[in-house]
Design a protein around this ligand. Structure first.
Ligand SMILES: [Zn+2]
Length: 540
């Protein structure tokens, strides 16, 4: 029997099926394609298939041989009807027998997909309204081998009129084979299986931040078949993001990252319900958004968002996976309020403020560093959703990727944690900062540092030495005390002195000013917008 053939009569599957039986085979699978009564919104009454048989058979046999080799199966065959078919008739049959069912399924699908794509077969649909049209013509099919093209020219001339008619009413998309995600490689794990896959399909994961951490998180979770993936990011793509944010292309610069990410994920896995939120997470929107998901992953680089997420997730009892990256190091923490675990505030009782740890723009980062941590977040997310053993709980995983050292630090629920106080009432995030700000502003704006000095402020540049090499302090009178030295190096500032702290963007200087204020230094301020802000103003 030929492995691929055409039939002018209704297909008798028993003959073909019997030819595939084999004592080696423990699995047999078949596919039947039937004529349906509608296509692209039109009511179909019947249809006709036509093929240039010598070439089509050759290509069909090649496809079956590929499938046998590729999936290591025993036997396979495919039969395609030609001529006039009624609704419900079988148009194509594929069968495969193999030692194991998985290969049989996969080979079967490979054959039908490739036949749809590569074998030159034309279909003419007859509609209820008396019209007719060709679909799957050679111009719709993906470019095949040269022989296919030679053949299609010959066939085209036979039916020129009908072809042009068909094109008027049909897009070119309809001949593309329907591709289906394949989770077999993860389902093969006994801890996952069909039950685990169903759990993932029914899961809803919210990812905050579509950057260097978010890229691997989103990619792996979409690939794994997580049913709904929400992604929150108010930023637009910048070219400097691309070395670590692998979801995007250079041509996308200037577009919303959340929208780009959702598009990319839909292309990766159309089964995923990818929802883009081009917003910044805040106290007003966080509760409602988090409430729609089962698990939250923090992929941001700012502490106010992390603490906000922590508070909301503790209150709603949702697991949240945190990661922070600084230059070559980073850490991972999984907070499980649903299991009574420690939270972010248990570990960082004095609210770590933005800027105490530099962000990527200020501190610099190699792309794979957030890549590793995002990948670990994706892994912990899957372990959580699938309830696999070995989950990171009440521990802080700290990795130094430069020296390749790993440590796991045990953490406990802290009695002093505001989220874990008996009342469990969420303290507004920035009460203390707001109170301090009301008493005296923390941030000041100036057009130049000369202006600040005229007002009696001593300028302290808290950037790192190498930052000053690139961009020196824009005043001759300023002192240079790197942030860590200023805060932890035993530097004594005059108690009544007036100081203006400056850094690249104003984030670190704000954090340092807040910290010094909390230590009783009353007249310390941060330059709003940092050196970058001064540079911008000087251009105006
Ligand atoms: Zn806590």
């Amino acid at each position: 029997m030929k492995s691929f053939c055409f039939s002018h009569e209704p297909i008798d599957t028993t003959v073909f099926r019997d030819a595939l039986t084999n004592p080696q085979s423990g699995g047999y699978t078949s596919f039947e394609g039937w004529v349906r009564n509608h296509n692209e919104g039109q009511q179909v009454s019947r249809l006709e298939y036509e093929a240039f048989e010598p070439l089509a058979v050759k290509e069909g046999e090649r496809i079956v041989a590929e499938a046998i080799k590729r999936f290591g199966i025993e036997r396979a065959a495919c039969v395609h009807r030609v001529g006039s078919l009624a609704i419900g008739d079988m148009a194509v049959w594929v069968g495969a027998s193999a030692r194991h069912r998985d290969e049989a399924f996969r080979a079967c699908r490979y054959i039908i997909d490739e036949v749809k794509h590569r074998v030159p077969i034309w279909k003419k649909e007859h509609y209820e309204n008396g019209d007719s049209g060709w679909v799957n013509c050679e111009r719709c099919a993906a470019p095949g081998e040269h022989e296919t093209h030679e053949h299609t020219h010959a066939a085209h001339s036979q039916d020129d009129n009908d072809h042009s008619h068909g094109h008027a009413g049909h897009s070119h998309d309809h001949s593309a084979p329907k591709l289906v995600p394949d989770y077999s490689r993860q389902m093969a794990l006994k801890e996952v299986g069909a039950a685990g896959q169903a759990k993932l399909r029914n899961s809803r994961v919210l990812v905050i931040g579509c950057g260097g951490l978010g890229a691997p998180v989103l990619t792996y979770l979409a690939g794994a078949g997580v049913g709904r993936l929400g992604m929150v990011d108010g930023d637009k793509l910048e070219a400097s993001n691309l070395h670590r944010q692998t979801l995007f292309a250079l041509a996308d610069v200037g577009e919303h990252k959340a929208i780009l990410a959702a598009d990319r994920l839909r292309a990766l896995n159309p089964e995923v319900d990818a929802r883009a939120y081009t917003i910044r997470l805040n106290a007003e929107n966080a509760t409602e958004l988090v409430g729609e998901y089962d698990l939250v992953i923090d992929c941001t680089d700012n502490f106010s968002t992390k603490f906000l997420l922590n508070d909301v997730c503790v209150r709603l009892g949702k697991p949240v996976i945190f990661s922070s990256v600084y230059q070559y190091e980073g850490q991972l923490q999984v907070v499980r309020p649903d299991r009574g675990g420690a939270c972010l505030r248990c570990v960082w009782p004095e609210a770590t403020r933005d800027g105490l740890v530099g962000n990527c723009a200020e501190a610099g980062v190699l792309g794979p560093v957030p890549g590793v941590f995002g990948t670990l977040q994706a892994l912990e997310a899957l372990k959580t959703l699938l309830d696999l053993p070995g989950q990171l709980g009440n521990e802080l995983l700290v990795l130094d990727l430069l020296m390749l050292t790993v440590s796991r630090v045990r953490i406990k629920r802290a009695a002093t944690c505001p989220d874990h106080a008996s009342s469990r009432i969420i303290r507004p995030l920035d009460t203390s900062a707001a109170a301090a700000a009301a008493a005296e502003p923390l941030e000041l704006s100036f057009d130049s540092l000369d202006e600040a000095e005229v007002q009696g402020l001593s300028v302290i540049d808290i950037r790192e030495a190498r930052e000053l090499v690139e961009q020196p302090t824009p005043t001759g009178n300023g002192r240079h005390i790197p942030m860590a030295e200023l805060l932890h190096g035993g530097h004594e500032l005059a108690p009544a002195g007036k100081y203006l702290l400056i850094c690249a963007s104003g984030r670190r200087s704000l954090a340092a000013a807040e910290e010094l204020r909390s230590r009783g230094q009353q007249h310390v301020y941060s330059l709003k917008g940092g050196v970058a802000g001064l540079a911008r103003r000087s251009l105006i």
